[in-house]
Structure formats: C-alpha cells, structure tokens
Design a protein around this ligand. Structure first.
Ligand code: HEC
Ligand code: HEC
Ligand code: HEC
Ligand code: HEC
Ligand code: HEC
Ligand code: HEC
Ligand code: HEC
Length: 386
C-alpha cells in the first residue's frame, strides 16, 4: 500500500515537473542578424591596416544579440539586488536564450538585445511589437559594468518604489528606434517595426564612410580615383567633431544652462566637452615647424580603426605637442613639468551614478574641489535630450 502510494506521489511529482518544464523549450532563439564582419570583408583586401583590429573595437561590438556567448557568460546564473528598497533580479539561460526575472514580483522576460561592447558597460534591452506594430520595450534595471559586474543601470532611478515590480524602464517606439540608429550600420523597416533579419549591428566602416560600398565596387572594377568618395580630411575641426557628435552628441542637443562645468553628466558626451576647451577654440594659434596650424579634433587622440588605447602617455604626448617650451622641461603649466601626467589633472575620469566613469573632454583648469568631486558618483542623470 505504502509503495503504491509512493509510486503515485512519484508519478504526480513527475507530472508536475513536466507541467512546469521551462517554457523556454518552446521559445525560438532571437532571429538571426547579420555579422559585423560582412561590412569589413568588403574593405579588407585593399585596406588591411584599417581592418585588422577593427572587429575588436567598441564601435564594432556596440550591439549584439543577448544569446552571444560572451554576453551569456556575464549575465547567466547571476542574481543581484539593486535600488532602494533593494529588489533582487535574476538572470538565467534557457535553451540558449537569456532571461531576467524580478524576484519580488515574479515578472520575467526573455532578453533580446545587448547594447554596449562591455568595454565600459552593457545594457540588456527587450523589444516587442506594440499594438501599432512598432518595436518598443524596456532597457533593464540591471546592466554589467567593467570591472564591477552587475549593477543598477546608469541613469535609472535608484528608488524603484514607483514601480518595484518592473524589470526596466520603458522606451517608447521612437526612442527605441533611436537606440538602434546609433548602435547599427544598417537598419531597415518592415511595416512599422524593425526588420531584424536585415539589421547590421555595430558602427562599421560604411557607417562612417558614406558611399563606401559603391567605392568598394568601383575599386574592384579597376577604377583608381575615388573622387566622389566622402572625405573626412576635407572637414574643419568643428565639422569633424560634429560628425562624431551625430552619435556622441553635439552642444545643440543641450540647453545653454546645462552646458556648465558643474554639470558632470556632460562628461559622457565627449563631442560636447572638447569644443568648449580653449585648446580647441584657439588651436590655430599653435603651429607646426613649417608654419601650418596644429589640429585638434577627435582624431588627434583616437584612431577609429583600432581599439581605444588606455596608455596615458599616448594622450599626454598630444598635450606636449602644443604646450612644450623649446629646450626646456617647463610647460605652459605653471604647476608641472612637461613630462607630467597632463590628462590626469586636466582630463580626469568622472564617476557616473553607476560603477562606470567617463573622461572629461572639456580640457580646462579645474579647482581642487572639482577634482575631489569627480571621484564621487554624480547625482545628475547622464542622458541627452532626444
Ligand atoms: C579594390 C580595392 C579597394 C576596396 C575593396 C576598397 N577600397 Fe577604399 N580605397 C582604395 C584605394 C586604391 C584608395 C586610394 C585612392 C583614392 O583615394 O582614389 C582608397 C581610398 C579610401 C579612403 C580614403 C578616401 C580619401 O578620399 O582619402 C577611404 C576612407 C576608403 N578607401 C574606405 C574604404 C572602405 C570603407 C571600403 C570597404 C567598404 C573600401 N575602401 C574598399 C581601394 C579600395
Ligand atoms: C553611428 C554612431 C557613432 C559615430 C558616428 C561615432 N561613434 Fe564612437 N561610439 C559609438 C557607440 C555606440 C560607442 C559605444 C561602443 C561601446 O559600447 O563600447 C562608441 C564608442 C566610442 C569610443 C570608445 C571606444 C571604446 O572601446 O571604449 C571612442 C573613442 C569613440 N567612440 C570615438 C569616436 C570618434 C572619434 C568618432 C568620429 C570619428 C565616433 N566615435 C563616431 C557610436 C558612434
Ligand atoms: C545619439 C546616438 C545614441 C543613441 C540614441 C543611443 N546611444 Fe547608446 N551610445 C552612444 C554612444 C556615442 C555611446 C558611447 C559613449 C557613451 O556612453 O555615451 C553609447 C554607449 C552605450 C552603451 C555602453 C555603455 C556606455 O555608456 O558606454 C550602452 C549600454 C548604450 N549606449 C545603450 C543605449 C540604449 C539602451 C539606448 C536607447 C535607450 C541608446 N544607447 C541610445 C550613442 C547613442
Ligand atoms: C567611427 C568612424 C569610422 C569607422 C567605423 C571607420 N572609419 Fe575609416 N576613417 C574614419 C575617419 C574619421 C578617417 C580620417 C582619418 C584622418 O583624417 O586621420 C578615416 C580614414 C580612413 C581611410 C583613409 C586612410 C587613413 O587612415 O587616413 C581608410 C582607407 C579607412 N578609413 C578605411 C576604413 C575601414 C576599412 C573601416 C572598417 C574596417 C573604417 N575605415 C571604419 C572614421 C571611421
Ligand atoms: C592643438 C594645440 C593644443 C593641444 C593639442 C592641447 N592644447 Fe591646451 N591649449 C591650447 C591653446 C591654444 C590654449 C589657449 C591658450 C591661451 O589661452 O592663450 C590652451 C589652453 C589650455 C589650458 C588652459 C585652459 C583654460 O581654460 O584656462 C589647459 C589647462 C590646457 N590647455 C591643457 C591641455 C592639455 C592637458 C592637453 C592635452 C590633453 C592640451 N591642452 C592639448 C592648445 C592646445
Ligand atoms: C586630447 C586627447 C583627446 C581628444 C582630442 C579626444 N579624446 Fe576621447 N579620450 C581621451 C582620453 C585620455 C580617454 C580615456 C582613455 C582611457 O580610458 O584611458 C578618452 C576616452 C574616450 C571615450 C571612452 C569613454 C570615456 O569617456 O572614457 C570616448 C567615447 C571618447 N574618448 C570619445 C571622444 C570623441 C568623440 C572625441 C572628439 C570629440 C574625443 N574623444 C577626443 C582623450 C581624447
Ligand atoms: C597635478 C596636477 C596637474 C598636472 C599633472 C598638470 N597640470 Fe596643468 N595645471 C594644474 C593647475 C592646478 C593649474 C592652474 C594653475 C594656476 O592657475 O595657478 C594648471 C594650469 C595649466 C594651464 C593654464 C596655464 C595658464 O596660463 O592659465 C595649462 C596650459 C596647463 N596647466 C597645461 C598642462 C600640461 C600640458 C600638462 C602636462 C605636461 C599639465 N598641465 C599637467 C594642474 C596640473
């Protein structure tokens, strides 16, 4: 009798397990998207030096599917408590897809997209069709930051009391489209939504070099002159900065009263800060030995074809070009000699309201209190007006 009952309970338990089997068995993987390498192979034959390291840059990895193995390794199997009062969020892998649950409310979702390369951070984004067939969805409350790991997403309110049951902060369809526009190279529409299968993720060669595809075809066809081909080199410093600023933001995206040294949230937007610097505004006054003006724009310090260097000497050498004194260890700095760490004092890293810092590109003399403040999390929300 006991054994019979035992068997029945056993069968019941198995049935219950079957009933509660992970719903994920039925969940299809996120539709495939195109590979960033697709764009690079078009150019690699003729431009090996620009192409060889490109696929490891933040630009190339700016958007991925959430089931990318590197992404899964950072999220799956991890639980973290964030906000006040603390709410616990859990990530797990189910049939090769990434899931997230709010352990307080039990609300859960499959994660579709991962924004950000992880060089600084990555934020999971969920996208679903709204009733008009447009794509929209939240970016989740929990992101991954280097080297810290999982934490409350930058810009999200630490006080989750307004909606402690939620998984993230909803972006409407227009904001969602904007996210994809800056983090992709090709984005086409299907009806009112995004055509996922045709999406080319990341900021790739042909995003920065308009008409690059046509150029590649012509060059393959044996042409030698690419006269109609877009040329960054003909741009003035401010035009060039504004081109990068199409994504890194330009001062026109802010109200004048927001453009203040006290607004530490500005630090996130390099192309807003740099043009405010006297170095940038008076760059023409510094000349090379042949009498031509020195040039200061993003490309003076960053090569968009290679991973960003974190060696301060690379950047300090740029300062030295303009601020050294002939035959002397002195510099234009009344405080420090020419071999000192210029960027450490004049371009410090500023802590955001997440465990991540950005470099202040507004090169200037900073007060001691300003420097001390840089190490503290800023309460200002580092988002730009849409
Ligand atoms: C079959 C060889 C070939 C291929 C493929 C090719 N290019 Fe070029 N490209 C050249 C040559 C040769 C030049 C320099 C001659 C010129 O400027 O007319 C050039 C010049 C350029 C320049 C500089 C333009 C300027 O005005 O200074 C850029 C930028 C460029 N290519 C980007 C690309 C990108 C991006 C791709 C891939 C989508 C690509 N190229 C594919 C041969 C090629
Ligand atoms: C189409 C949008 C877009 C344009 C145009 C663009 N960027 Fe970016 N950039 C991004 C995004 C998105 C990231 C974040 C990538 C990540 O998550 O690491 C980024 C990251 C960077 C980084 C940090 C890379 C790292 O590995 O940490 C540098 C430096 C940078 N951009 C410089 C530039 C410069 C210089 C230009 C102009 C020549 C430029 N960007 C143009 C979108 C853009
Ligand atoms: C105007 C262009 C633009 C839009 C719109 C945009 N991004 Fe970005 N994104 C960037 C640039 C540039 C960077 C690199 C510098 C930075 O962090 O601002 C970046 C970086 C990131 C990063 C890496 C972490 C970091 O801060 O460096 C994440 C994650 C991210 N964006 C997510 C999003 C999400 C989610 C949306 C939509 C809600 C979005 N972005 C909308 C341009 C954009
Ligand atoms: C974030 C924007 C960006 C991306 C992405 C990008 N480039 Fe460029 N590229 C530039 C800029 C800006 C210049 C001008 C450099 C200068 O004036 O010093 C340039 C210059 C070039 C040149 C001219 C030679 C030179 O170095 O001045 C070639 C060729 C080129 N890029 C090819 C490529 C290829 C191939 C890829 C993809 C593997 C690529 N670019 C990706 C921004 C970009
Ligand atoms: C292209 C040349 C150039 C480069 C590169 C350059 N500067 Fe300057 N910098 C200038 C000029 C010109 C001024 C204005 C001098 C004046 O006010 O007479 C200036 C001013 C400054 C000031 C004073 C700013 C203020 O608001 O009072 C500081 C600090 C400074 N530079 C630091 C740096 C550092 C640090 C670097 C490297 C990260 C750098 N500069 C790179 C040209 C340059
Ligand atoms: C005078 C040199 C200099 C110039 C010019 C410059 N940067 Fe930077 N940039 C830096 C330094 C230094 C870092 C920090 C590198 C590190 O992490 O060690 C940095 C980092 C970045 C990052 C990574 C996130 C961060 O803030 O740490 C982005 C994005 C970026 N720069 C974009 C730009 C853009 C866009 C421009 C043009 C408007 C630009 N930079 C011009 C020196 C420069
Ligand atoms: C330890 C921090 C520190 C370092 C490192 C440093 N500076 Fe300064 N710098 C300052 C301070 C503080 C001032 C303001 C001095 C004053 O007004 O008396 C200043 C002022 C300046 C000025 C403005 C001078 C003027 O006439 O108004 C320039 C230009 C400058 N620094 C350039 C540099 C360069 C280039 C380097 C690297 C070789 C450098 N600094 C390294 C702290 C530093």
């Amino acid at each position: 009798m006991k054994r019979w009952l035992g068997a029945l309970i056993g069968i019941g338990f198995l049935a219950l397990l079957w009933w509660h089997r992970p719903a994920g068995q039925e969940v299809p993987k996120q539709a495939a998207i195109r590979e960033p390498s697709e764009d690079v192979v078009r150019c690699r034959v003729c431009h090996a030096s620009q192409s060889e390291e490109f696929l490891t840059t933040g630009h190339a990895l700016a958007l991925r599917l959430a089931h990318d193995p590197e992404v899964l390794s950072r999220f799956a199997g991890k639980t973290v408590s964030v906000g006040q009062p603390a709410v616990s969020f859990r990530f797990w892998e189910e049939s090769g897809t990434l899931w997230n649950a709010n352990e307080k409310s039990g609300v859960k979702t499959q994660v579709h997209w991962m924004f950000g390369s992880g060089h600084h951070g990555m934020t999971p984004v969920v996208v679903a069709k709204n009733r008009y067939g447009e794509d929209e969805g939240p970016d989740l409350h929990v992101s991954w930051y280097r080297p810290h790991g999982l934490a409350l997403t930058m810009g999200h309110e630490p006080v989750l009391t307004a909606d402690p049951d939620s998984l993230g902060s909803l972006n409407n369809a227009s904001d969602t489209k904007q996210c994809f526009k800056c983090h992709t190279t090709e984005l086409t529409r299907k009806g009112r939504g995004i055509e996922t299968a045709n999406l080319l993720p990341g900021v790739l060669c042909s995003k920065c070099h308009a008409n690059a595809k046509e150029h590649a075809e012509k060059m393959h066809g044996g042409e030698t002159a690419s006269s109609s081909f877009d040329d960054w080199k003909s741009l003035s410093p401010i035009q060039s900065v504004d081109r990068c600023g199409e994504c890194h933001r330009s001062p026109t995206a802010f109200k004048p009263e927001q453009i203040q040294p006290e607004n530490r949230a500005l630090t996130r937007f390099a192309s807003v800060g740099l043009p405010l610097s006297r170095c940038f505004q008076f760059q023409k006054t510094r000349q090379l030995s042949d009498g031509t003006a020195r040039r200061l724009d993003c490309l003076t310090c960053h090569d968009p074809h290679r991973p960003m260097t974190t060696d301060p000497q690379h950047y300090n050498n740029v300062c030295r070009d303009c601020h050294s004194r002939p035959d002397s260890q002195d510099s234009d700095c009344p405080k420090q000699i020419i071999t000192s760490d210029c960027v450490g004092c004049h371009m410090p890293k500023v802590r955001m309201n997440a465990p991540v810092s950005f470099t202040d590109h507004w090169i200037r003399v900073r007060s001691a209190s300003e420097n001390a403040a840089s190490a503290e999390p800023t309460s200002a929300t580092p988002t730009a007006p849409k």
